[in-house]
Ligand binder design. Structure first.
Ligand code: ATP
Ligand code: HMH
Length: 269
């Protein structure tokens, strides 16, 4: 069985962060492991608290994973401070990690800030150069490209700028902000649109985490980047289309939509 590691923050409400990643990787057929950067006290309405681990303890978790079950792909999500980012970069280089998906998480769907301003510089300097693919949403891409992005043409320009600056592929997510869930993959000087049909579902908590983990799972299984993105889009569309409706705010998706009603996932006794 192929294996994947998520290095990210825990979401107590289970829809984003580590919990979304582990569910996504499992549903996508790879063995899922985690190294936790921070605990969040969080639900669908917001983030009530953040408790970071120390860089030393994060390194210890990464050592424990790599020295025993080597991951075929690594996904990186919420990393809120410079020391943690440096710790991850050091360990990924030491273990020559491959298939690295970096989701530059800055703000939660609920609006809460998940990274300190000084850490954004460290993210660019230490982690982006290690990435196979970066997966910013539009607000994150605005910060990273220092450009305004209001049209599809500007999405191409911004993705090109980020890709050329950090020498990695960039998947710029159209998501809820701009168009019909159309994402743009810029790599090796060229680009391709991945058009998604917008699903009329207000419950989008954790969509970014889920997409990046699905891409990492597909890379772990040996698919090329284009196919990995294509299949990840199909997975997230299925999870959104299952129309789970939990919590008072923007709720989580059903990561196990393919299993529902089957085998051990039968709902009622
Ligand atoms: N309503 C929708 N219907 C179909 N696809 C969607 C919808 N909303 C988001 N997506 C898709 O979900 C994926 C994640 O994109 P999105 O822009 O939501 O990420 P994000 O803003 O980083 O997520 P998060 O809110 O978790 O931070 C993309 O592939 C996007 O196209
Ligand atoms: C822990 C965590 N990571 C990422 C996000 C972004 O959706 C979130 N809301 N919470």
């Amino acid at each position: 069985m192929k294996t994947a590691l998520t290095i990210a923050g825990s979401d107590s409400s289970g829809g984003a962060g580590i919990q979304a990643d582990l569910k996504t990787m499992t549903a996508n057929g790879v063995y899922a492991m985690s190294a936790i950067t921070a605990l969040t006290a969080q639900n669908t309405t917001g983030v009530q608290g953040i408790f970071e681990v120390s860089p030393e303890f994060l390194k210890q978790q990464i050592d424990s994973v790599f020295t025993d079950i080597r991951p075929d792909a690594v996904k990186i999500g919420m990393v809120s401070s410079a020391g943690l980012i440096q710790a991850i970069a050091e360990k990924l280089k030491e273990y020559k990690a491959e298939n690295i998906v970096v989701d530059p998480v800055m703000v939660a769907t609920s609006g809460a800030k998940l990274i300190s301003d000084d850490a954004i510089g460290t993210l660019k300097e230490c982690l982006f150069p290690l990435a196979t693919v970066l997966t910013p949403n539009i607000p994150e891409a605005k910060v990273l490209s220092d450009m305004d992005i209001t049209t599809a043409e500007e999405m191409v320009e911004a993705a090109k700028k980020i890709s050329e600056t950090y020498h990695c592929a960039v998947l710029l997510k159209g998501g809820h902000q701009l168009n019909d869930a159309n994402d743009l993959l810029y790599r090796d000087g060229g680009y391709r649109w991945f058009n998604g049909k917008r699903i009329d579902n207000p419950n989008t908590h954790g969509t970014g985490c889920t997409l990046s983990s699905a891409i990492a799972s597909n890379l772990a299984k040996g698919y090329d980047l284009d196919t990995a993105v294509e299949q990840a889009k199909a997975y997230i569309s299925g999870a959104l289309a299952a129309m789970l409706d939990l919590g008072a705010g923007s709720g989580p998706m059903n990561h196990a939509f393919e299993f529902c009603g089957k085998g051990f996932a039968k709902e009622e006794a």
